[in-house]
Ligand binder design. Structure first.
Ligand code: DAT
Ligand code: MG
Length: 150
């Protein structure tokens, strides 16, 4: 459906490296609609909830520290097949395994500094949106919509 939502987050390294504009531009240009955005420095407790599925992994403590080390850009994008398409735009978890043309494939090298997060399922997207945007997301009609969808 055209109103599928995904949670996309530019990690602290993406912010520090000045990649915010480039990354947001990719989602805008693809045709997705921005329905929430904020710059926020998350607490470790909040990030432990976001990454709850990974608690127990050897890299978990380092992941939480890195994610709490500076501000992130939290966004929600809406559109056709947003979750799966968002993941394709990100590339693989390991940037070295990510195709050129994907965000991680173009801008990152190390798995622990892969600059961006994207939801991996519709169910997790809705959980993540509720966690990061308890205040809710915007509702508006984009004038481009009839030119993006049949
Ligand atoms: P993804 O971010 O592609 O959904 P994930 O959910 O499996 O990947 O892991 C979340 C993040 O944890 C990932 O973006 C980077 C970090 N990570 C995953 N595997 C790692 C590893 N083997 N070593 C270091 N960091 C890792
Ligand atoms: Mg994941």
């Amino acid at each position: 459906p055209n109103n599928e939502r995904t949670y996309i987050m530019i990690k602290p390294d993406g912010v520090q490296r000045g990649l915010i504009g480039k990354i947001i531009t990719r989602f805008e240009e693809r045709g997705f609609k921005l329905i929430a955005l904020k710059l926020v420095t998350a607490t470790e407790a909040h990030l432990e909830k976001h990454y709850a599925d990974l608690a127990g992994k050897p890299f978990f403590p380092g992941l939480i520290k890195y994610m709490a080390s500076g501000p992130v850009i939290a966004t929600v994008w809406e559109g056709l097949d947003a979750v799966k398409t968002g993941r394709v735009m990100l590339g693989a978890t390991n940037p070295l395994a990510s195709p050129i043309g994907s965000i991680r494939g173009d801008y990152a090298l190390a798995v622990g500094r892969n600059i961006i997060h994207g939801s991996d399922s519709v169910e997790n997207a809705e959980k993540e949106i509720a966690l990061w945007f308890p205040e809710g997301t915007a509702q508006y009609t984009s004038v481009a919509e009839p030119w993006i969808y049949e």
